[in-house]
Design a protein around this ligand. Structure first.
Ligand SMILES: [Zn+2]
Length: 42
């Protein structure tokens, strides 16, 4: 099950990709949900 992009990412890590864009990767902040999320933030 995939989480919505709008959910809070807990323990997120910002990764700068080769193309200079920033990606936030971490776990879904919803209680009981353990999905991995990654989203482009810049
Ligand atoms: Zn989730």
């Amino acid at each position: 099950m995939r989480c919505k992009q709008s959910v809070v990412v807990s323990m997120g890590k910002i990764v700068i990709m080769d193309n200079g864009r920033k990606r936030l990767s971490g776990k879904c902040g919803i209680k009981g949900c353990d999905a991995k999320l990654s989203k482009i933030i810049a």
